[in-house]
Design a protein around this ligand. Structure first.
Ligand code: BG6
Length: 483
């Protein structure tokens, strides 16, 4: 059995990691623009070091990124050449509402994305649009403290309603908030939160989470009202947790850690708070302020589909101090000796993708969409600028095989697959350009030098072939187990 003929193959990017032009066309600063390159980046991202403006002595990679603001026509042409059916991208909130609390939107910003959507339409590429991908107008942080304030629900929904209405007919697939669970790990990136001395961080994070969940549900409602054809999804930073040993307490730790992420999706997909979360709030004395109507809002508008990013699985123990740590996509993890690692220490686990798909489908019984997956690697171009990225092809081939198994053998309902960073872009965690994910090489280095010239890599033709054959090109020799 093959994938559905309408399976949505494509690639994904985010405004803050590609566009640049941060003060062009009326746009104003966002949290993500002030994340510096270098060792302070982590502290700023965690809300532990306040940086709400560009400061002397720092380099800010998002300022120009890969300058897609001026190159989007060329980039979309390349995506079309690969045969993309879908392109996942995000809107920059401060391009549309420069301060966030403006009464009216910025027409230049709205027009910019309208032009992109029309360009995509020209090639028959469906946009999949993330309304906010680590992107909050800085004024909302300075003035209201970011998502810790309930006022953010109004600012966000005004923005969401504006774009959903304006792009009616051009966009049908919406994601409300990228990797919503990142709020717990990088509160400034996910929520625009900067902590003050002595605050109860856990309470602030879950209060902000509540505001985001309500805003997300209201947006789902708006999207359905504006156009019944609209489909709205939530977005999880995925990758299941494995217990390091079969000791029950290690397994319990794995369940606990999975729930940290599922908490958000449980609310967004099922429409109510799971009991384990309510018990946690009670036990830890986290008094989360909820308005009387919130329960109803959440229940009334669950999402239509569930999306997630997948780069690696994670391994945990009740006694992590006993083991060597691996790095991972923003979460701490123990090194799993059964898995190889990327140059950045992320552990490569294609079967983990199939397992995650099964877990999510069992849990939610909603269509799934893999909206990020890929290998961050150092690419060394030859004298013609060509990159032979067999390592990337190998990574992606195994992951494509894994999700095809999940669909064809396990019966998971999967709408599509967008590889992360289909064109090289700024890495979110490190701000590096040298951590490349793309099928297209962009000539730019970690300090912002380079011509920005775009060159196809070897994986470009490989992916084109995969799409043209609806995945049959990777049907591999490794026999697939039945789950
Ligand atoms: C996800 C984000 O966390 O992982 C992306 O949604 C990010 O924005 C991607 O780029 C890969 O992480 P990194 O740090 O390698 O860019």
């Amino acid at each position: 059995m093959a994938l559905d003929k309408n399976f949505l193959w494509g690639g994904a990017t985010a405004a803050n990691q590609t566009e640049g032009g941060v003060l062009e066309g009326g746009r104003q600063l966002a949290n993500i623009d002030v994340l510096p390159y270098g060792e302070d980046r982590k502290k700023v991202a965690a809300g532990e070091l306040e940086m709400l403006d560009w400061k002397e002595g720092y380099y800010y990679p998002a300022k120009e990124a890969i300058d897609m603001y001026h190159h989007y026509m060329e980039d979309i042409r390349l995506f079309a050449e690969m045969g993309f059916k879908v392109y996942r991208m995000s809107l920059s909130w401060s391009r549309i509402f420069p301060n966030g609390d403006d009464e009216t939107p910025n027409e230049a910003g709205l027009k910019f994305y309208e032009d992109i959507f029309n360009e995509l339409k020209k090639y028959g590429i469906e946009p999949l649009v993330t309304i906010t991908h680590f992107d909050i107008p800085i004024h909302l942080i300075k003035e209201y403290g970011g998502w810790r304030s309930r006022k953010m629900i109004d600012f966000y929904t005004r923005y969401a309603e504006t774009v959903i209405t304006r792009y009616k007919g051009l966009v049908h697939y919406w994601l409300t908030i990228n990797e919503i669970n990142i709020l717990l790990h990088q509160p400034f990136v996910g929520g625009g939160i900067v902590f003050k001395e002595g605050e109860n961080k856990e309470a602030i994070k879950y209060q902000a989470a509540h505001h985001q969940l309500v805003a997300s549900a209201l947006t789902t409602k708006i999207a359905h009202e504006v156009d019944p054809e609209n489909k709205v999804g939530c977005m999880l930073a995925g990758g299941s947790h494995y217990p390091y040993t079969c000791r029950p307490e290690d397994y319990q730790e794995a369940i606990k850690r999975d729930r940290e992420g599922y908490f958000f999706i449980d609310v967004q997909a099922r429409g109510n708070y799971p009991n384990y979360a309510l018990k946690k709030f009670e036990r830890e004395g986290l008094s989360i302020q909820m308005a009387p109507e919130d329960k109803e809002i959440l229940a009334a508008s669950p999402v239509d589909f569930v999306t997630f990013s997948y780069y690696c699985s994670r391994t945990v123990s009740a006694h992590p101090e006993d083991y060597e740590q691996a790095t991972g996509n923003l979460f701490a993890s123990i090194k799993n000796e059964h898995l190889p690692s990327t140059e950045w220490g992320w552990q490569i686990d294609p079967l983990g993708l199939r397992n995650s798909l099964n877990q999510l489908y069992d849990r939610y019984q909603k269509p799934l969409f893999i909206v990020e997956n890929g290998l961050g690697a150092v690419d060394v171009p030859d004298e013609n600028g060509y990159v032979e990225d067999d390592y990337r092809i190998d990574y992606l081939e195994k992951h494509v095989q894994a999700f095809m198994d999940a669909v064809e053998i396990d019966g998971v309902e999967l709408l599509g697959y967008t590889t992360w960073g289909c064109i090289d872009l700024i890495a979110a965690s490190t701000g590096q350009m040298s951590k490349r994910y793309g099928f297209v090489y962009v000539d730019r280095d970690d300090q912002g030098n380079g011509t920005l010239r775009r060159t196809k890599k070897k994986s470009f033709d490989w992916y084109k072939q995969v799409i043209a054959t609806n995945g049959e090109a990777v049907r591999n020799q490794i026999p697939s187990a039945v789950l």
